[in-house]
Design a protein around this ligand. Sequence first.
Ligand code: UT7
Length: 321
Amino acid sequence: MTARIAGIGAYVPERIVTNDDLAKVVETNNEWIFSRTGIRERHISTGEGTKDLATEAARRALSAAEVDPKELDLIILGTSSPDCNFPSDACSVQAALGAVNAVAFDISAACAGFIFAMNIVQGFFMAGVYRTALIIGAETLSKVTDWSDRSTCVLFGDGAGAAVLKSCESGGIVDMMMGADGTKGSALSCTSRTFGNFLTKTVPKMGFMSMDGQEVFRFAVRKVPESVEILLKKNRISKQEIKYYVLHQANERIIEAAARRLNEPIEKFPMSIAKYGNTSTASIPLLLNEMQKQRMLSAGDKLMLSGFGAGMTWGAVLLEW
Ligand code: UT7
């Protein structure tokens, strides 16, 4: 058995923050941000939490798939910005949807979270454990962004994307892979949290993210083509057979560099980074949702999905739409 995407949905907060808006907060400008990243604007939450964005994206995916929440066996939510340590946001989404028959849990694989969630679902489906799953990538990274740090605050946006996966005999996910390298964890982290301490009466405080942008850049430009090539070779599929490469939307220059390394035309790499920024684990389902809306996808199309992020983590999924 294999996992097929039966419906996609996405949701972003209403408030748009442009590059010019950010130039009023930190020393930056539209020219720098756009030329270095391809980002023009992003959506930022003004109160909605990760679970709220996730629930709305999930409702839209369920409606597109014509699946009742009670039919769900499994809900996996990938996020690096959960609303609380526990309960998991996946459990909150389960409650909000009334998905009473689904087991629910969060995963933490940063921007590769949606790819990791697909891998996990495929494993469960292949083993015959579950038949209907909802996976969600949702972030409100704005709450862990240091709005005085121009090197990170211009990059990220809030949003959520979701997919309903159904077990089927053929088509859907053809193959998948994932990887992790914890030795590079400090390249992108959010560890400056102050923990509460009973003896010193220290109050716990949330930390902000920090990033070595160039290190992450180099890592992504190496790992994305590498994972794509692994799946192509293993499945004896030529690049010509791939209709689109749906990559994590971190930086337009990373996507262009990956296209060059793969020796593939940039037209096969759709992008939505200009209007959403880097939405971390939400970026791949957000992009798939845009492609669906623009009628770019037809049954049988072969797609290569690839993500990378903090950890460091990376992964790819080869699928038939
Ligand atoms: O989802 C995964 C998460 N992250 C990524 O994928 C990020 C990967 N990395 C990148 O996308 C790029 O490294 C960045 C977009 C983050 C930065 O681009 P860069 O070309 O690597 O710039 P840089 O860090 O080398 O900085 C160049 C200059 C520096 O000034 P000096 O030292 O040359 O005077 C920075 O201080 O640009 C300066 N700078 C800025 N200037 C205006 C850094 N941020 C800004 C800014 N506005 N927002």
